[in-house]
Design a protein around this ligand. Structure first.
Ligand code: ATP
Length: 646
C-alpha cells in the first residue's frame, strides 16, 4: 500500500465532492504525517492451504460431503421445498432421456428421400421429444421456484444460528486470538449457504442430465463418451485453479474488510457524529477508510489477471478437445461405422451431455469454493459450541453469601493475572463499593462474582454452589448488571426497561423502576410514552441523552429485583440529582440483595457498608470509608485527597 509519505500533500491534492482524492491533512511544518492503517492479514489460513493443494480429485471427493451438508441444511429448514427440488431434478433428467431417445428414433425416419413421408412416420416420436423437452424445462422452472422459497429460509436459519451462538458464547471466546476474523469469515460462510444451495441444485441437475445423455450417447458409440469427457477436463482444472485464486483474495482481505466494516459503523452512526465533526476528524478518517478500501481493492484487482489467464487457457484447451470430438464423429461416418442419422443424434446428445458436463465441472468448482466458506461457518459453530456457557447442571438460587476462595483470572491473551488470587465474602444486605485505579481489576472481579467468567484458578461460590459447575442461565437469572458500556437498545422504551424479563400485564412495575431513577417525567413526555422507539436512526425513533440512557440502564437492573445487583460506574454521565437519587435507591433496596458498586466518584463511596480497594489485581485494603480515608498511607486516602485537590 502506498505510504502516506508518498502521497500528495493536502495543498495539491485537496479537491471536494465526489472525486475527492486520498490526501492527508496538511501537516504543520515539520510535524510527522499520521500513519496509514496497517496491512492486515487473516489469521486462519487453513483454507488457503486447502485451496492451494486442491486437485480435481480432492474436489470430487469433497463435493458429496458438501452436497450432503447442504441437503441436511435444506431439509431442516423446509422439507417440502427440498423434496420438490429433488423430484423436479429427477423428472427433468427423465425428460432429457426421453427426448434424446425420441430424437434417436425420429432422425432415421426423417432421413429418407421424401420429407413428407419421413414426417408422417416421425411425427409421433417428434411429439414425444417436444413434450419431454417441455416437461424437462417446466421441471427446471419449478425447481427454481422451490429454491427461491428455500433460500431465504436457509439464509435466515444459518444467520440466526450464528447470532445465537455469539450470544451464548463464554466471554473468554471473544478474547481467543483471531475470534473476530473467524466470526467474520463464518458470517460470510452463512451468506454463502444460499449460494451453495443454488450450486447444489444446478450441479445435481447437471448430473441427472449427464446420466441421461451419457446413456443415450454410449448406446450410440462408446468412444463418443470418452472423447466428450476429455473436452471438459481442461475446463475443470481451470475452474479449480481459478477458484483457488478467488479464495486466496478473499482470505487475504478478510481482516481488512472486517476492520473496515467496524470503522464504517463508527463513521456512519449518529453516536459519534458530533465528536467526528467538532474535532475535525473527518479528513483523517476519510484517508484511513479509503486506504483500507484500497488495501482490499488492490488485492482484488491483483487477482483479476491470473484469473483471466487461467480461464482463457482452460477454455482454449476445452475448445480443442471439443473439436477433436467433432472430428472423431466425422471419421466414424466417413469410415462407415455410423450412419449420418445416428451421427445427428450423437450431435444432439453430445450437446446435451457437453452442457451438463460443463455445468457439473463449473458448479463442482464453485461448490467446492463456496464449500470452503461454508466450512468456515461450520468450523466456527463447532468452535463456539465448545465455548458456550453450558458449564454444569447445578441450579443457582438467590445467594445469601458470595464467597471467593483464591479466585483469580488471567485473560487468554495475557501472561499476568488481571485479578490475583482473592479470598473474599460478600453478604446479603451489604452494599460493597469497589474502588481502584484504572486497570486495577474491578470489572474483571465483578465478572467473576456474577458468573460472567469462571475464574482461571480458585472458586466463586454462591452459598454452596460453585459457579463453575452451575448452569449459567440460572445464575444470571438472579443478577442485575449495569455495565460500564450499557446498551442503547433500538427498542421501545418499555422493552428497554423490561429486556431480559418475562412480559407482565400492566406497566406498574415499569413506572416504578422509572420513578426510582427519576425518568418518569422524561418517559411521559415521549411521543408515545413507553411505546416510543428509542432509536434516532430509525424512522419515528427518539433519542435520549447520555445520562438518560444511563438512568434507563439502572432502571433495567432495578426492575429485575435481583439478588445480586452490580453497577459498574452507573452514574458517570448523570447530573448530581440523578446520581443522588440512584445511590439513595440503592441503599433502600439493599436489605434484600448483595449490592456491588464500582465507582471512581469517591464521595459516592460513603454510602457503602464496606469499601474494597483493588490495586493491580489484589485487594489492598478494605473497611468503612471513614476508617480507610483516615488510615495513614491508605490508597483510598490518597485517591480521595487527589479528588479533593482542585
Ligand atoms: N478482554 C480483555 N483482554 C485482555 N485483557 C483485558 C481484557 N479486559 C481487561 N483486560 C486487562 O485486565 C486488567 C484489568 O482490567 P479491568 O477492566 O478489570 O480494570 P478496571 O479496574 O475495571 O479498570 P477501569 O477503572 O479502567 O474500568 C487491565 O490490565 C486490562 O488491560
Amino acid at each position: 500500500m502506498t505510504s502516506p509519505h508518498n502521497r500528495n500533500t493536502a495543498a495539491d491534492a485537496e479537491t471536494h465532492g465526489h472525486d475527492e482524492k486520498v490526501s492527508l491533512p496538511a501537516a504543520r511544518t515539520g510535524a510527522p504525517q499520521p500513519s496509514a492503517p496497517p496491512e492486515l492479514d487473516y489469521q486462519g489460513r487453513k483454507h488457503r492451504r486447502a485451496m492451494d493443494n486442491a486437485t480435481l480429485w480432492d474436489m470430487a471427493r469433497k463435493i458429496p460431503a458438501a452436497l450432503i451438508q447442504t441437503g441436511r441444511l435444506a431439509w431442516t429448514v423446509d422439507r417440502r421445498m427440498t423434496l420438490t427440488i429433488v423430484v423436479c431434478q429427477l423428472l427433468s433428467g427423465i425428460g432429457t432421456a426421453v427426448m434424446l431417445s425420441a430424437v434417436a428414433k425420429a432422425l432415421p425416419q426423417l432421413m429418407v428421400d421424401d420429407p413428407r413421408e419421413g414426417l408422417t412416420h416421425a411425427w409421433p416420436a417428434l411429439t414425444v421429444a417436444v413434450v419431454a423437452m417441455a416437461t424437462g424445462a417446466a421441471m427446471w422452472i419449478l425447481a427454481d421456484w422451490a429454491t427461491r422459497r428455500l433460500n431465504p429460509k436457509i439464509a435466515s436459519a444459518a444467520d440466526l444460528q450464528l447470532v445465537d451462538l455469539h450470544m451464548r458464547a463464554e466471554l473468554a471466546a471473544y478474547d481467543a486470538p483471531g475470534f473476530g476474523d473467524r466470526s467474520q469469515a463464518a458470517g460470510i460462510g452463512a451468506q454463502r449457504a444460499v449460494d451453495i444451495a443454488d450450486d447444489a441444485k444446478t450441479l445435481t441437475n447437471g448430473l441427472v442430465q449427464l446420466a441421461s445423455a451419457a446413456a443415450v450417447l454410449t448406446s450410440l458409440h462408446p468412444v463418443l463418451l470418452g472423447v466428450l469427457l476429455l473436452s471438459v477436463v481442461p475446463r475443470g482444472l481451470g475452474g479449480v485453479i481459478a477458484a483457488r485464486v478467488d479464495y486466496r483474495v478473499h482470505d487475504q482481505t478478510v481482516s481488512a474488510r472486517n476492520v473496515r466494516g467496524m470503522m464504517r459503523w463508527w463513521l456512519c452512526t449518529a453516536e459519534l457524529a458530533d465528536e467526528l465533526r467538532a474535532n475535525t476528524m473527518r479528513r483523517y478518517l476519510h484517508f484511513w477508510y479509503q486506504s483500507m478500501s484500497e488495501q482490499v481493492s488492490s488485492r482484488e484487482v491483483a487477482g483479476a489477471r491470473p484469473y483471466l489467464w487461467i480461464t482463457l487457457l482452460a477454455a482454449s484447451l476445452g475448445g480443442l478437445f471439443t473439436l477433436g470430438m467433432w472430428a472423431s464423429l466425422a471419421g466414424l461416418v466417413l469410415a462407415g461405422a455410423m450412419t449420418t442419422a445416428l451421427a445427428g443424434t450423437a450431435v444432439v446428445a453430445s450437446q446435451t451431455a457437453g452442457r451438463a458436463l460443463n455445468s457439473i465441472i463449473r458448479y463442482s468448482t464453485v461448490m467446492f469454493h463456496h464449500g470452503l466458506y461454508l466450512s468456515d461457518y461450520y468450523d466456527f459453530i463447532t468452535e463456539v459450541r465448545t465455548m458456550t456457557a453450558a458449564r454444569g447442571t447445578a441450579q443457582a438460587t438467590p445467594p445469601r453469601q458470595i464467597r471467593l476462595e483464591g479466585a483469580s483470572y488471567t485473560y487468554p491473551s495475557k501472561d499476568s493475572a488481571a485479578v490475583r488470587p482473592i479470598t473474599l465474602t460478600l453478604n446479603r444486605g451489604e452494599v460493597v463499593a469497589l474502588v481502584g485505579e484504572n486497570g486495577a481489576g474491578k470489572s474483571t472481579l465483578i465478572r467473576m462474582l456474577t458468573g460472567l467468567t469462571v475464574p482461571t484458578d480458585g472458586t466463586v461460590l454462591w452459598d454452596d454452589t460453585d459457579l463453575a459447575a452451575a448452569d449459567a442461565e440460572t445464575v444470571w437469572r438472579h443478577v442485575g448488571l449495569v455495565p460500564q458500556k450499557n446498551g442503547h437498545w433500538p427498542l421501545a422504551a418499555r422493552e428497554n426497561i423490561t429486556l431480559g424479563q418475562p412480559r407482565e400485564h400492566g406497566d406498574e412495575r415499569i413506572w416504578d423502576a422509572a420513578e426510582r431513577v427519576g425518568m418518569t417525567k422524561a418517559l411521559r413526555e415521549l411521543p408515545q410514552q413507553l411505546e416510543t422507539l428509542l432509536a434516532r436512526s430509525v424512522w419515528g425513533g427518539h433519542e435520549l441523552s447520555g445520562g438518560q440512557w444511563q438512568r434507563l440502564a439502572c432502571a433495567r437492573a432495578m426492575y429485575r429485583q435481583p439478588a445480586v445487583l452490580v453497577l459498574d460506574e452507573p452514574t458517570s454521565e448523570m447530573d448530581a440529582r440523578g446520581e443522588h437519587q440512584i445511590f439513595r435507591e440503592l441503599r433502600a433496596m439493599a436489605p434484600d440483595r448483595i449490592t456491588v458498586v464500582v465507582t471512581h466518584r469517591l464521595d459516592n463511596v460513603r454510602m457503602a457498608d464496606r469499601v474494597i480497594v483493588l490495586d493491580q489485581g489484589a485487594i489492598r485494603e478494605q473497611g468503612s470509608f471513614d476508617e480507610l480515608v483516615a488510615t495513614e498511607g491508605s490508597l483510598l486516602g490518597e485517591l480521595y485527597a487527589l479528588a479533593q485537590d482542585r
